[in-house]
Write a protein that binds this ligand. Sequence first.
Ligand code: G3P
Ligand code: CA
Length: 304
Amino acid sequence: MRDPHPPASRRRRRRGTTGLVVVVAGFAAALVATAPPALAAPRPPADDTAATSPWMRPAGAPVTVIAHRGASSAAPENTLIAGEVARRGGAVWIENDVQPSRDDVPYVLHDTTVDRTTDGTGPIRSLTSSELDALDAGSWFAPAFAGTHVPTLEAQLADLRTRGGKLLLEVKGRHTYAQVRRIVELVREQGMTERVFVQSFEVPHLRYVHELAPELPLGLLRDTLDTDPLAVAEDLRLASYNPSDRALSTRPELVRDLHAAGVAVNVWTVDSPARWKALDALGVDGIITNRPTELGGWSSGQRS
Ligand code: G3P
Ligand code: CA
């Protein structure tokens, strides 16, 4: 989650194998050289075996803050206002979930139904885009957000393109190949291929995305670790492996192993400074949090 996408950013880059490695290493060194000095800052452990990837943070660099469903502790999740709050709070990366409507329009919504986060009822896949557009997705969170809409993916991409930011896009739940293709089309139509990183729990969806848009970096979400995450990462050509904090805590040395293979690690969903500190010290690349502004401030404070 470190860098605008070089063309083959998902590919494994082993040390000393390409000129790009030299460029990336130089860029990383420049970043470190211009960063404020760390005092008692937790630092990723020195790792001479690590490969390099544009999605891995250079040693000493701050962890990437990823706003889970936007700034979802301060605004209604998965809405444009949640993205704006995250942006104004300093987050570059916003995580959203995408699912199709009954008429195959991709919308930004987490749950399988609209019940919890709107004034409507029913599964999102049973509602048409007209029905979804009529819902209020803000009042449940606070009266001040009344009138907030469930955004289409198209609207969210357009908002990010014009207002700034990058999207960690989770392809959520059941999707056909054609539905995944529509997501990819929208990313391209909105000129956002260099600002979107796709993740999913669903292996077939990642394969679809790779087939449709090999330029898009991929992350595999896991709430239980694979027996051999490195083999899975190689098979799926992952740019990142994205475990839950609980899953990673069962095998924290996996961060080093994945880094050695050039695979970044982004962890979800972590809201406590105690865990931020532990994960920062462990060397994870990104932390997905409901409290992006607080994580950004905390991370900055560690390095001031
Ligand atoms: O980004 C990771 C996280 O969003 C996965 O869990 O249920 O919040 O989509 P969930
Ligand atoms: Ca998600």
